[in-house]
Design a protein around this ligand. Structure first.
Ligand SMILES: [Zn+2]
Length: 75
């Protein structure tokens, strides 16, 4: 069984939504396979998954959809 690098909690594999900040841009990945710590919530991606997200975000191959993201600045 895998344990969390930080808190030694239990790691489960699941598909998550990952929000990636790319400079001024935000890219959302859905259905991303990740190892998630059940204790602290830390998310770990495999090198393959990271590479895939890197490729897709650079090449912009057919995103499923685009959404507008409101930005608020607190006074
Ligand atoms: Zn943890």
């Amino acid at each position: 069984m895998k344990t969390c690098y930080f808190c030694k909690g239990k790691i489960v594999n699941k598909r998550i939504r990952h929000v990636h900040h790319w400079g001024e841009e935000i890219i959302i990945f859905e259905n991303v396979p990740a190892d998630v710590c059940t204790q602290c919530g830390e998310v770990f991606f495999s090198p393959e998954v990271l590479e895939t997200m890197d490729k897709v975000s650079q090449k912009r191959i057919a995103p499923k959809k685009s959404i507008a993201v409101p930005v608020f600045s607190l006074p």
